[in-house]
Design a protein around this ligand. Sequence first.
Ligand code: BEZ
Length: 252
Amino acid sequence: MNIQWDAEKYGSDFSFVQQYGGGVADLVDPVAGGTLLDLGCGNGALTALLRDRGFRVMGLEASPEQLALARRSWPDIPFFQGDAADFSLPEPVDAVFSNAVFHWIDAARQPDLLRCVHAALKPGGQFVFEFGGAGNNRLIHGALAETFARRGLPYRNPFYFPTVGEYAGRLEAAGFQVRYAVLFDRPTRLTGERGLEEWMDMFLKTPLSAFETEVERRAVLRETAEALREELFRDGAWYADYVRLRMKAIRL
Ligand code: BEZ
């Protein structure tokens, strides 16, 4: 899925992506003098955090906007442009880390992603990641499907949100041993009275491209948010119904 990111807005209004990512980074065991690849590193905030924990880090990112921001923010860290499901490294690393990226990659390309990660890791290397798991944003996608249906349009959730069992099977088939896996609800507080509309506008560009005018798109966002108010607005704030799949595996 190719998205043109507003990298500054992503890093400010949606900074929870990096804040929550710190918990995933805690699963990476320190390796003295070790090397680490941050796969889909975004603005580089978590790459820098892992550098501060002693790794010699590098980041790979597809989005030119995010990459430019990462390079400006941490000029001493090497950041490369590339596709998480089609990359190779000159030398294998001790750890591959990734936060909030794999749900953007279609199910059909997940074996390519895991093949690239396997080839990028030393034997025994750590693969630590988190992304949207089964049930992620179920309420939001369900309400959007109903808004689309009222306009006679089909709705397709464009993301890949697997179960623990499905992803563990993929990892084992790709030559990894699963050491840790958890699927958990993480209701995520959004900023502002239009927080949910802004979240959908930022992250659901592919389905929303069905609407040609700004007026139509805004009406769809408003109507969908109102349909969700009872379930997702509480104590004066909007919450997105996130479900995370967090895993750690070792490359055999
Ligand atoms: C997520 O991090 O779960 C996510 C973010 C944007 C769109 C879809 C999923």
